[in-house]
Ligand binder design. Structure first.
Ligand code: PLP
Length: 481
């Protein structure tokens, strides 16, 4: 027998069956099942045993002060915590107070209740996803939303895939496999998360033909590059940057006749792609999908969960013959959307039939059009409670700030907003005060995510919806010290 096993046999802990058969364990077994509860109890005992052994070998002083209570009630409490933690979903709701409405890392658009209800229904019921109720024959899932998309965009045909990156990939692979695609050097976009036009082009099997310069591209650049090897001319929305100064780009009204002259289809990756003129709601203008189709684009790709305000998906609209080719590509099967996406998208698209009611009904637009006065009233109501919860180490003030749309929509436009700004009370009193503060807010049951800038934590209240404000306040009492 080795020395260590001799020592371990001397550690006294209750046997696992005594923990499991204790009346206090019944509720845990009922909730988590016997198998999981037993596993967790074994793991807990093994950890405690190792800890006690280490403490003993490290000297007796440490064990006397810090010895854990190994009575059965105490072990059951530890077990309950452990089981609760391991059964908490890693995907959790948070408060987005970053000021970025369509925050990619926080899941982009929030959906209206009509879409939420439709998703719940689709989860519970078989749906006619690919089954035509009128004829009793096999149907096509794209048909469920195609008419609505045509009505809203003026296009001839439409199809749906998993996201806009997939839409671009599928379009290029279908139309330009082994052939050239002409793109301006000013539009070789990198979106976050490794989506770069040149890389997608390569993976799609197309050959990028760059034309022009970073700041200036002329019509003759496209004209000279076009030839029998060309499959597509493409414009890409410069979603997350703006080129200013001595610049020139070729707009659709010029490029479209040129593409027609060469008999080459013209595609536009709009990125965000809005279905309505945002100016009518007091927001900056963003080219609509309809304008792009009317401007002569043969194919347009855009996201479902950016300005459109729907679920994650990629939408391709355009010429009937090209969409038909795209739908026949075997990659379409790999990139298609599921019933939850379709269930959520249809009611969102339907809201666009009443554009005058959209700011009330479409959550994304509601958030984007909230007046700064609404956020200021909220800030003033919340301030005293946040100040009390944070304690004397911090000073909270309510201030004007600027929100962003996010997800590459209108990157240079900002929306006047209002929120709370938290600064450290006196220099050095709490070391790394803002880091500590961020951590405390992240540790809440619904983590609060703000933005650190200029030695302060900025909590933009634009996305704190009024019906969620009480949840925000209620959990402040749980703010860890
Ligand atoms: C956002 C964006 C994409 C990627 O869209 P996802 O829906 O995130 O896949 C592609 N192109 C442009 C121009 C974009 O702005």
């Amino acid at each position: 027998m080795t020395a260590s096993s001799a020592t371990s046999s001397a550690i006294r802990l209750p046997a696992v069956h005594l923990i499991l058969s204790d009346a206090g364990c019944e509720a845990l077994i009922a909730e988590y099942g016997r198998v999981q509860t037993l596993e967790a109890a074994r793991a807990l005992l093994a950890e405690l045993r190792a800890m006690l052994l280490a403490a003993r070998e490290g000297g007796t002083a440490a064990t006397a002060a810090g010895a854990p209570d190994t009575s059965i009630p105490s072990l059951l409490a530890m077990l309950a915590t452990r089981l609760r933690e391991q059964n908490t979903s890693p995907l959790r709701p948070v408060f987005n107070l970053t000021g970025t409405v369509l925050h990619t890392n926080l899941g982009r658009a929030l959906l209206p209740d009509s879409a939420v209800q439709a998703v719940v229904e689709a989860l519970r019921w078989p749906m006619n996803l690919e089954w035509d109720i009128d004829t009793g024959k096999r149907g096509d899932r794209d048909n469920l939303i195609e008419d609505l998309l045509l009505e809203l965009t003026g296009a001839e045909a439409a199809t749906l895939v998993n996201n806009n990156a997939a839409a671009v990939l599928l379009m290029l692979n279908t139309v330009a496999l082994g052939k050239e695609v002409i793109v301006s050097r000013g539009e070789l976009v990198e979106i976050g998360g490794a989506f770069r036009i040149p890389d997608v082009m390569t993976r799609a099997g197309a050959v990028l033909r760059e034309v022009g310069a970073t700041n200036r591209t002329h019509l003759k650049d496209y004209d000279e590059a076009a030839g029998p090897q060309t499959a597509l001319m493409m414009k890409v929305h410069t979603s997350n940057y703006a080129i200013t100064g001595f610049t020139k780009s070729v707009e659709l009204d010029q490029l479209s006749p040129l593409a027609k002259k060469h008999n080459i289809p013209l595609a536009v990756d709009l990125g965000s792609g809005t279905l309505v003129d945002l100016e009518q709601y007091g927001l900056p203008h963003e080219t609509t999908v309809r304008e792009t189709i009317e401007g002569g684009a043969d194919l347009v790709t855009f996201s479902g969960d950016k300005l459109l305000g729907g679920p994650q998906c990629g939408i391709i609209v355009g010429r009937k013959d090209l969409i038909a080719q795209i739908k026949k590509n075997p990659l379409k099967r790999a990139l298609r959307v599921g019933k939850l996406t379709l269930a959520a998208l249809e009611p969102v698209l339907a809201l666009y039939r009443a554009p005058d009611l959209l700011p009330e009904r479409l959550t994304t637009l509601k958030l984007l059009t909230r007046p700064a006065t609404a956020m200021r009233a909220q800030a003033q109501a919340i301030l005293p409670q946040l100040q009390a919860a944070l304690g004397a180490g911090y000073v909270v003030s309510d201030e004007a700030m600027m929100s962003q749309i996010g997800s590459g929509a209108l990157p240079v436009d900002q929306l006047p907003s209002h929120g709370l700004v938290v600064r450290a009370a006196a220099e050095g009193r709490i070391s790394n005060a803002l880091g500590v503060l961020e951590q405390r807010l992240r540790a809440l049951p619904l983590p609060v995510i703000g933005r650190v800038a200029q030695d302060a934590l900025w909590l933009d209240l634009r996305c704190l919806q009024e019906h969620q404000q009480q949840r925000f306040l209620d959990q402040l009492s749980l703010l860890p010290a």
